[in-house]
Design a protein around this ligand. Structure first.
Ligand code: NAI
Length: 461
């Protein structure tokens, strides 16, 4: 910062992660002056400790599987080993390129970066390093942190995804506490790297936020891969020594391993930032807003993981764009939370959008909902890839498709069309005449809609 750094902006944003920087980019595009306060690195969790590094690890994991299984396809390869420092170098290279690009982008849009830890000190003011900055509008985007359980201290061999992403070695064995998104993605990476993995999930199924069919399919696939899955299993404690960890469950059993990964959810980063003092409504750490993302205080908005709902980077991007447009007076359309696409990048992948079958039945009534499973066994490209799985469609009888749930290698790439179908309230009969290229996995989405419209092609009636 220099003497000439402006102190007052149209939009002042606290936090430069996905939600914060998207707000900044869109607001500056709309001709507003923007200040962006960031204490660490522009790009936040997604770029530096979340989405991007994890997906790089998952790509390396896929290559490891391919090397191990080459002979199945007549290509004689063997997996000699995993060089974690080299994997991390590749991963860091991806982050560095994106980080440089993002810094350049923000600079080119004339956003003023304010480095340091900010604190809300008034309905229009944030203090950073003892300096007061003001904004006609304030946007809070302080993100989330890896939570633990009461009494479960992180340290040594008990880690969260933050430490797991920086590991320079492959554990021989690992216990993953929590079978949600982070849990199943790390379980998948480590299994591909040769680790003996046990997933411990308190609820009755893996990926419990997904449609039950996806949970069951994933559990079957994980078991086939040799991942031990313990559902309905409650953690009671952990002891660690020089050699490893001993994890105890409430049923009295114990599991020994090199490390324990704690993946029991992410908490909102809102403590000690002055939010409650300024009169914001905070519930279990989350900042409450209306559906215009307004907090109800002054001109203060909130976006991203601190707002209750799906903690996903693309939700943060969209909320950021929304708030910038709202401030600029463009009256954007409110975001429909259930239309936010979800992809979990384990092997096999999960992709979903809209309502689960259970949610649809609750919303529309038991007999007003029809579900259909299209097995990837009938899809040429999936057979070529050697993957198993299915696409499950949920429709309202004589009405639109309200949920699409997919399981199988690479199915996350199909989420684009799936979200158009659900967001545009398409009926299966609208999708059936649209042509899907052969042989692609995308074709399976087309065929599932053909089947639901009553004219299945590569499927038994
Ligand atoms: P999560 O909420 O998805 O999963 C946490 C899991 O831990 C739940 O299934 C819960 O039942 C279980 N759990 C809680 N307490 C437990 C206990 N005492 N014993 C055993 N199991 C217990 O949270 P996760 O996986 O930590 O991810 C955090 C956030 O990050 C999520 O909201 C997720 O959406 C986001 N994320 C998204 C990714 C993606 O879109 N591909 C990738 C990674 C994270």
């Amino acid at each position: 910062m220099t003497e000439s750094t402006p102190r007052s902006f149209d939009v002042l944003i606290l936090g430069g992660g996905s939600g914060g920087y998207a707000t900044a980019l869109r607001a500056s595009q709309l001709g507003l002056t923007v200040g962006l306060v960031e204490e660490s690195k522009l790009g936040g969790t997604c770029l530096h400790n979340g989405c991007i590094p994890t997906k790089a690890l998952l790509h390396a994991a896929e290559l490891a599987d391919n090397a191990r299984e080459g002979a199945k396809y007549g290509v004689n390869t063997t997996l000699e080993g995993i060089d974690m420092p080299a994997v991390n170098k590749y991963k860091q290279g991806v982050i560095d390129r994106l980080y440089r690009g993002l810094q350049g982008l923000v600079k080119s849009r004339k956003v003023t970066m304010i480095e340091g830890t900010g604190r809300l000190v008034g309905p229009d003011a944030i203090e950073v390093n003892g300096e007061r900055y003001t904004g006609a509008n304030i946007v809070l985007a302080t993100g989330s942190y890896a939570r633990s359980l009461p009494g479960l201290e992180i340290g040594g061999r008990v880690i969260t995804s933050d430490q797991a992403l920086g590991m320079e070695w492959v554990p021989q064995s690992a216990v993953v506490l929590g079978g949600g998104v982070i849990g199943v993605e790390f379980a998948s990476v480590w299994k591909s790297f040769g680790t003996d993995v046990t997933v411990v999930e308190a609820l009755p199924r893996l990926a419990p936020n997904e449609d039950e069919a996806l949970s069951k399919g994933l559990e079957r696939a994980f078991k086939k891969r040799g991942i031990t899955v313990k559902t309905g299993a409650r953690f009671s404690g952990v002891e660690q020594s020089e050699a490893g960890v001993k994890v105890s469950l409430e049923d009295g059993s114990t599991i020994e391993a090199d490390i324990l990964l704690v993946a029991v959810g992410r908490g909102p980063r809102t403590q000690g930032l002055g939010y409650e003092e300024q009169g914001l409504r905070v519930d279990r750490g989350f900042v409450l807003t209306d559906d215009r993302l307004h907090t109800g205080v002054g001109n203060i908005y909130a976006v991203g993981d601190i707002v209750p709902g799906l903690q996903l980077a693309h939700r943060g991007f969209q909320q950021g764009i929304f708030v910038a447009e709202e401030i600029a007076g463009l009256a954007p359309q409110a975001i429909v939370e259930s239309n936010i696409p979800r992809v979990t990048y384990c092997e096999p992948e999960l992709g979903s959008v809209g309502l689960t079958e259970a949610q649809a039945k609750e919303q529309y009534g038991e007999d007003k909902v029809k579900a259909l499973d299209y097995n990837l066994g009938g899809n040429g490209k999936s057979q070529i890839l050697g993957t198993q799985g299915f696409i499950k469609l949920v429709r309202v009888v004589d009405g639109p498709v309200v949920g699409i749930h997919m399981l199988g290698a690479r199915v996350g790439e199909q989420i684009g069309e799936a979200q158009l179908i659900v967001s545009w309230d398409a009926h299966p009969e609208d999708v059936a005449p649209l042509i899907h290229a052969h042989p692609t996995q995308n074709e399976a989405l087309g065929e599932a809609h053909l089947a639901l419209a009553g004219k299945p092609l590569h499927a038994h009636d």
